[in-house]
Design a binder for this molecule. Structure first.
Ligand SMILES: [Zn+2]
Length: 298
């Protein structure tokens, strides 16, 4: 844990982009928005970070540190909580798609494979892709999963799927519109896309403004609301079947880490307190600002 904190570092400084690109959701014009540093579409309200990232910048963001302290406390150490959250999402998905057990599933951004290792009990087959070579090697080695390192947009899947999932990933993508377009191609008609992301239209996001915990470019590039997510999906041939704001299970240590290290940079205090066993306790937190969306391909 101490080692992970030591590896914590601020993301690289990146030059602001030019707020001239059209909205990825509706094609409207964008203009500087509140909170400062972001841009919003004048037509549909879609909010993005005002950054131009190169492929090299992006690759740097997702080196090993990303899953070990930079953004997640320690993704592997959080395994038990992550699996609980994933099982809850799978149960919801099985309610919307009652034949889920007959479907082949593909996960974009599968990380270490914890979700797919749970999902194999709910679907016919599982496969996935992640930008992190370290994470996918771990998942192949430990769970014998069919997962690979790579970039989804440049990767033919070789078959059609009836379920594609993308957890807490869409906000990281440079071009979520191109992902949704390709997902439409990779799904059979009637196939489902399930995803989670922050909801910038939520009460908590609106109250917190620039301090909303989901606003951290350059890893989070896009900030959907229920309305802009629905619009993006509908424009690409999907019907939204489900939209909810589920709570997530975390252990207290990860919350302590978030408050002391991620937010206020008090690593010493964190290291002293985090040894206490009480921080192993798990709680369910719901700020009602993370949305779970399930859409069906037309
Ligand atoms: Zn727009």
């Amino acid at each position: 844990m101490t080692e992970d904190v030591a590896r914590f570092a601020a993301p690289p400084a990146l030059a602001p982009g030019i707020a001239s690109a059209n909205c990825l959701v509706c094609g409207g014009a964008t203009q500087p928005s509140h909170p400062p540093g972001l841009v919003a579409c004048t037509r549909c309200g879609f909010v993005s970070a005002n950054l131009n990232l190169t492929e090299e910048d992006i690759a740097k963001l997702y080196e090993r540190g990303y899953f070990h302290g930079d953004e997640y406390l320690d993704y592997v150490a959080e395994e038990e909580s992550l699996r609980l959250n994933f099982r809850a999402r799978l149960r919801t998905l099985a309610r919307i798609a009652p034949d889920l057990h007959e479907r082949d599933m593909f996960e974009i951004g599968c990380a270490y494979g914890f979700f797919l290792d749970e999902a194999r009990h709910f679907v016919r087959s599982v496969a996935g892709l992640d930008i992190s070579g370290e994470a996918t090697a771990y998942g192949r080695g430990r769970f014998a999963l069919d997962i690979a390192q790579g970039d989804y947009l440049n990767r033919p899947l070789g078959k059609k799927y009836r379920a594609i999932v993308m957890w807490d990933t869409v906000e990281h993508l440079q071009r979520p519109d191109l992902f949704v377009e390709k997902i439409h191609v990779d799904l059979e008609p009637g196939g489902v896309l399930a995803l989670t992301t922050g909801d910038i239209g939520s009460l908590n996001a609106r109250l917190r403004g620039a301090k909303w915990r989901m606003i951290h470019p350059p890893t989070h590039l896009h900030y959907f609301s229920a309305a802009t997510m629905r619009l993006l999906l509908e424009r690409h041939g999907f019907d939204v079947m489900h939209l909810s704001h589920p709570g997530i299970s975390r252990n207290l240590r990860s919350i302590l880490y978030y408050v002391l290290v991620w937010r206020t940079r008090k690593s010493g205090l964190y290291n002293a307190l985090s040894r206490w066993r009480v921080f192993d306790l798990r709680v369910t937190v719901n700020m009602f600002d993370i949305m779970y969306v399930i859409a069906r391909r037309r």
